[in-house]
Ligand binder design. Structure first.
Ligand code: SF4
Ligand code: SF4
Length: 406
């Protein structure tokens, strides 16, 4: 019989998108190598909250086609979808893909606010129209009564408001020309809500690309990457097809994404022409940094938070450390327990606020212990979730752009 213990585990050799054989859900060997890195096992310390137990449930849904109990479903849905289990699995179980397939088969119905949220994610025009009202709402002081009314808890969005900052209303331009002579052109993936809630990072990305000699094009017709849909059992097909059409038609040398959560989804689009030109912004800037571009020094202690989408899917976290070396005198450290999810998990922070808050508390404690002046995270979702009065978390690009001379 095949003995998994004979395998020498090498994370870099594992790739869901590499065209290798992808095991079915019933091929999990139940070896347990995935258990210790699973954040929900860390919280609950029970077998039901392990990847192997969830894969057993997924196998029932996808392969055996037998009913699963409410309890099994609850534990399945407690999954943060961090995919740490994939990175440690000697059988190369494509957990993320299997989880999404199970969600699609289960077809969870959306409630009222859920429907509105998905509608706004899908429709840019309506989203843009909605934002001024959201801004007025957030400034108006009627938040407290609506929070007290319990309406957000009722619709499973108890945490949503606390995470929202005032949305930026000014749209980005279509084109940002390079500083000086152009070396090339890149398309910037902005996704759905980042233009309103993380414009600081997008503007930093544009400044750094321009300073490195790249024109930046931002196609207005692009849409959400589809990750939230796919991980919640909703169809992402229209969003994916739209992005493929928009970016494949764009006359650019590369397409870059700035949020690793979106990047992980984009990197798994099944379209080779699209993937050939797709880069994470950290990797792109590192590979194309202009020799003449110097940054101001800084003596800050900066800790790098490694989002799960970056560690377990894109696997390019080292590029952040290397890129930050462009800032003279900066002291860059890694956070302890970077392999444990911070709890944000896409929409998980909204759908499972209690579990998410416990994971965040653990991460915040690690951040406090690190004594860092600043934490950088390449995923917008993690950054907004981790930010607090004590901990300042921002995208590494924001720090880099601040150090641009002049
Ligand atoms: S998912 Fe992989 S690591 Fe986890 S028990 Fe199954 S075979 Fe082992
Ligand atoms: S994706 Fe993350 S939370 Fe879900 S089973 Fe795997 S390790 Fe656990």
């Amino acid at each position: 019989m095949f003995d998994f213990m004979d395998l020498e585990f090498n994370e870099s050799e594992l790739s869901v998108s590499s065209g290798l054989y992808i095991p079915e859900a019933n091929e999990c060997m139940r070896c347990g190598q995935c258990v210790s890195g699973c954040p929900t096992f860390k919280l609950f310390q029970i077998n039901e909250e392990t990847p192997r137990s969830r894969i057993r449930t997924i196998s029932k849904i996808l392969i055996e086609d037998v009913p699963v109990s409410a309890d099994e479903l609850k534990h399945l849905n407690n999954c943060v979808q961090c995919r740490a289990c994939e990175a440690s699995c000697p059988s190369q179980m494509a957990y993320g893909q299997l989880f999404d397939q199970a969600q699609t088969k289960l077809q969870k119905p959306l409630n009222g606010l859920g429907k509105l949220a998905f509608y706004l994610i899908e429709n840019k025009k309506q989203r843009t129209w909605f934002m001024p009202f959201l801004k007025i709402y957030l400034k108006s002081g009627v938040q407290k009564p609506s929070q007290k009314s319990g309406i957000f808890e009722k619709f499973g969005l108890a945490n949503a408001e606390n995470l929202l900052s005032e949305p930026a209303l000014k749209p980005l331009f279509d084109n940002y020309p390079a500083n000086g002579i152009s070396r090339g052109s890149v398309g910037l993936f902005t996704g759905c809500i980042a233009e309103h809630f993380d414009s600081e990072t997008l503007i930093a990305a544009i400044k750094l690309l321009n300073a490195n000699g790249y024109d930046v094009q931002i196609p207005k017709a692009q849409s959400c990457c589809g990750a939230i849909h796919q991980h919640n059992g909703q169809s992402a097909t229209n969003l994916i097809e739209n992005n493929l059409a928009v970016f494949n038609a764009l006359n650019v040398d590369a397409v870059v994404h700035v949020a690793t959560g979106c990047g992980a989804m984009l990197s798994e689009y099944e379209n080779e022409s699209f993937k050939k030109r797709l880069f994470d912004i950290n990797e792109f800037l590192l590979a194309n940094w202009s020799e003449n571009l110097k940054l101001e020094s800084s003596n800050l202690n900066v800790a790098v938070h490694e989002p799960c989408s970056q560690r377990n899917v894109l696997k390019n976290q080292k590029s952040v450390y290397a890129l930050l070396q462009k800032i003279p005198d900066l002291n860059v450290i890694t956070l302890d327990e970077n392999h444990i999810c911070c709890g944000s998990g896409g929409s998980y922070m909204l759908t499972h606020p209690e579990n998410a808050a416990q994971l965040r508390d653990l991460k915040r404690q690690v951040i406090t212990n690190s004594q860092a002046d600043l934490v950088v995270s390449s995923n917008f979702g993690c950054a907004i979730f981790l930010n607090s009065d004590e901990n300042k978390v921002e995208h590494p690009l924001v720090l880099l752009a601040r150090q641009l001379v002049g």
